[in-house]
Design a binder for this molecule. Sequence first.
Ligand SMILES: *[C@@H]1O[C@H](CO)[C@@H](O)[C@H](O)[C@H]1NC(C)=O
Ligand SMILES: *[C@@H]1O[C@H](CO)[C@@H](O)[C@H](O)[C@H]1NC(C)=O
Ligand SMILES: *[C@@H]1O[C@H](CO)[C@@H](O)[C@H](O)[C@H]1NC(C)=O
Ligand SMILES: CC(=O)N[C@H]1CO[C@H](CO)[C@@H](O)[C@@H]1O
Length: 425
Amino acid sequence: MLQGNGSDVSLRVETPSADEVKVIAAHALVLSLQSAVFEELLQSRNGSTLVLKESADCAAVFDRFISRYLYCGEISLRLDHATPLHKLAAKYQVLGLQQGITQYMTQNLARDSPSGHVAGWYEYALRVGDSTLRDSCLQFMAWNLSSVLRSGEWTSVGGQLLMSLLRRSDLVLQSEMELFAALEAWIAHNEPDGLTAENMLRAVRYAMMPPRELFRLQTHSAVLARYQESVRDLLYMSYQFHSASPMHMAKFFDVNCSLFVPRNYLSPLWGSPWIIGNPSRDDRSTSFQTQLGPSGHDSSKRVTWNAMFSPRWLPVGMRPTYAEAGAMQPTRAEGGRPRIIVTPATSSADFAGVNFQKTVLVMAQQQGKVVVKHVYNFHQSTEETGDFLAEADLHRRTSEYLTDNSLFLHIVVKPLYQTLITIKN
Ligand SMILES: *[C@@H]1O[C@H](CO)[C@@H](O)[C@H](O)[C@H]1NC(C)=O
Ligand SMILES: *[C@@H]1O[C@H](CO)[C@@H](O)[C@H](O)[C@H]1NC(C)=O
Ligand SMILES: *[C@@H]1O[C@H](CO)[C@@H](O)[C@H](O)[C@H]1NC(C)=O
Ligand SMILES: CC(=O)N[C@H]1CO[C@H](CO)[C@@H](O)[C@@H]1O
């Protein structure tokens, strides 16, 4: 071992089952300088051996913990070593290493791993009370949900985590059907008790599925067949929602709010991707169509939207006058901010009762992967959000927001039927 030369203490690492014992030669001075916990253990040690009891996963990385991190200060990690090393850093109070590993984990959420790692890191962060890591994991899962649903980790996600995801309106995924299919697989694999399964199935937003998809689920889904009594009222309301104008429906029935609140669906009925090459150069515009609303009454009607992106937009009061600018050319004004506005191409008179919430998803690079980095909600203009792309540095070619010098956005239009959604979340 590297530090065998002149070592004055042997660390004897034992696991609970004691089937594997590791002995590592070390220097009391190095350990004491790095860790107050080691300092104390070493002071009260018996002879030249220090016996340490560690769980099997920590014991497996213990020699790395000592030789690479405490001796060399190096933090280059493997995904599967992150949690046990974080545990050791926490136990021996090596604060710098602990922070380094938390940072590594938050930056490597999108990495491919054969059996997935994000949900495991979330559960770990929850257990040890690391709220930064916990929140990063949860946000990644909510905003890149499709990749989590497809990962090998999905069916091992804990029930509480699943429930907290199901309750969110900001989930980014293809469609509500995708979420239902994943929930069905989870229930089939985990066989939760009846009440848990019922609560989970009641958090699905059935009204956001077209009626033919609802009918297909009712006739083909084994899980839905088993729990149909538990969700009968929700399915019934969803069919009503599709059969009449939602305004009309609200006059007759008390309705449940979240059932009618869309999430961030990526399928084309709900919005459009928008890739902007050289985004710092000049203003751009695009147009796209969506359904008027998810109710069967409105879903075949189309609305055309115009979107405009300005890399350096200035509020009216802050614009330089022509005299100051000295030329017809718009100045590359200091202080201008990126902005997007989304407006309907046709008169909005036909939209009575429907309020369109716009959401822009902004992608960024993370360790060579593209992830959803921000979710901005607004009504007409991103000015309403205050901080739209405030830190994006679009003129800098190495900005994490640029992939092949292009900015990757996705605009989602969420029709909200005011009469059906009394409590907005
Ligand atoms: C010190 O170590 C020796 C040999 O391992 C052992 O026999 C003895 O009981 C230990 N003493 C204490 C106080 O732990
Ligand atoms: C509305 O639905 C949610 C989730 O499906 C459920 O927990 C809640 O009890 C329902 N509220 C009412 C008023 O029915
Ligand atoms: C995250 O989601 C975005 C939007 O769906 C997608 O473009 C991207 O590839 C996803 N990233 C990963 C790692 O799944
Ligand atoms: C006591 C001890 O382990 N000495 C070793 C120190 O390192 C040199 C170079 O690797 C060895 O030659 C010694 O035997």
